[in-house]
Design a protein around this ligand. Structure first.
Ligand SMILES: [Zn+2]
Length: 145
């Protein structure tokens, strides 16, 4: 059975983002940076004020778009364009692309430390779909005390 990513975790409140419409992507610039292509962070948050970056409070510029704009083939192309033009540190952006475009990755990644400990996945190697399936099948929060 194909693994689907249909919910995500908010980088601000750590709660589940239940629907695409409830998701928001923002990339945050360096304070005083004059380069509009330089950002220090990209994050996925709820599409609500409480979770979104407060530009006024932090004095750092933020750009943002709905999550929907980063999904599907055009969303992937948009993220690869960011990567190509160094909009955001590449290691961070690559992980972000995995979260949005590798099926099941977002759900499974929270259990990576445990999966590493149990050698379901290997340090330094990529995480395959069969490993993600094992992690998702294995971990059931309703059964775990
Ligand atoms: Zn949130």
């Amino acid at each position: 059975m194909e693994i689907l990513t249909e919910r995500w975790y908010c980088d601000s409140c750590d709660e589940v983002i239940e629907t695409v419409d409830d998701g928001w992507v923002e990339w945050i610039g360096e304070k005083d940076s004059t380069l509009w292509t330089q950002y220090k962070e990209i994050r996925l948050v709820h599409a609500r004020k409480a979770c979104q970056f407060d530009e006024k409070k932090h004095g750092e510029p933020v750009h943002d778009l709905p999550l929907e704009m980063f999904l599907g083939p055009d969303g992937l192309s948009r993220l690869l364009h960011f990567l190509e033009h160094w909009y955001v540190p590449s290691i961070q952006l690559i992980e972000f692309i995995r979260r949005l475009h590798v099926p099941g990755y977002e759900e499974a990644r929270r259990d990576f430390p445990e999966a590493l400990r149990r050698t379901i996945i290997t340090e330094g190697d990529f995480v395959s779909q069969s490993e993600i399936r094992m992690i998702l099948d294995d971990y059931n929060p309703l059964l775990d005390p």
